[in-house]
Design a protein around this ligand. Structure first.
Ligand SMILES: *[C@@H]1O[C@H](CO)[C@@H](O)[C@H](O)[C@H]1NC(C)=O
Ligand SMILES: *[C@@H]1O[C@H](CO)[C@@H](O)[C@H](O)[C@H]1NC(C)=O
Length: 187
């Protein structure tokens, strides 16, 4: 076999294993840092940073028992490495999802998460029964949308680190994608 043919087969095999790929890019989501590397471990964090839009399961598989963070909360990223934006009740926040590959349908939603309890506050701000939805309007409402900060949060999100807006996509019955936006609302 020629070298280029081998390369072609390797590429085709790699491409076939890509089911979906997406990450929020607006607002700037929570990202990597030293707390993340320490808690999630070197294997997971190095692997996940190679592809910021990759599914969580791939990193979890490789990391094994080295993983000491919860990868399914904000993809394992830690608040300690990030800062929170100040939003106001009723404020409309624009989102953009960088959808790199999305041929495998699933569900998606955007919710405010109580980070300490790892629980969703209230009902989802957005949800899609079928995601991605390429039949939407232009701009596509599945990748360019906005959410409104509820005016019912009270003290729940009164300081950085208490809450995040989490975008969540579960694709092809086996791949999870998450991006978190840290925020607080002045009480
Ligand atoms: C968001 O979607 C996921 C996957 O379908 C689901 O497990 C989760 O319960 C949903 N969250 C909310 C708040 O609906
Ligand atoms: C938010 O998105 C909706 C469509 O879902 C649009 O009608 C509205 O104008 C947007 N709001 C702002 C402030 O951009």
């Amino acid at each position: 076999m020629t070298r280029s043919l081998i390369r072609l087969i390797a590429f085709a095999t790699a491409a076939a294993t890509v089911l979906g790929h997406a990450v929020v890019t607006v607002p700037t989501p929570r990202g990597a840092g030293s707390s993340y590397t320490e808690l999630c471990g070197e294997t997971y964090s190095v692997y996940m940073e190679k592809d910021k839009a990759g599914p969580i399961e791939n990193g979890v598989q490789r990391a094994g028992s080295e993983l000491k963070c919860n990868p399914y909360l904000c993809r394992g990223y830690q608040y300690e490495d990030n800062t929170a934006a100040e939003y106001e009740p009723g404020q409309v926040i624009d989102f953009h999802v960088d959808l790199i590959a999305g041929h495998h349908p699933g569900y998606a939603n955007v919710s405010i998460v109580d980070l300490e309890a790892n629980k969703i506050i209230g009902s989802p701000l957005r949800s899609w029964d079928d995601y991605p939805d390429a039949t939407g309007t232009t701009p596509r409402s599945d990748i360019d949308f906005n959410v409104t900060i509820p005016d019912t949060l009270g003290e729940a999100c009164s300081a950085g680190g208490k809450c995040a807006i989490q975008w969540y996509w579960f694709a092809a019955g086996k791949q999870t994608y998450e991006s978190c936006v840290d925020f607080y609302v002045k009480a």
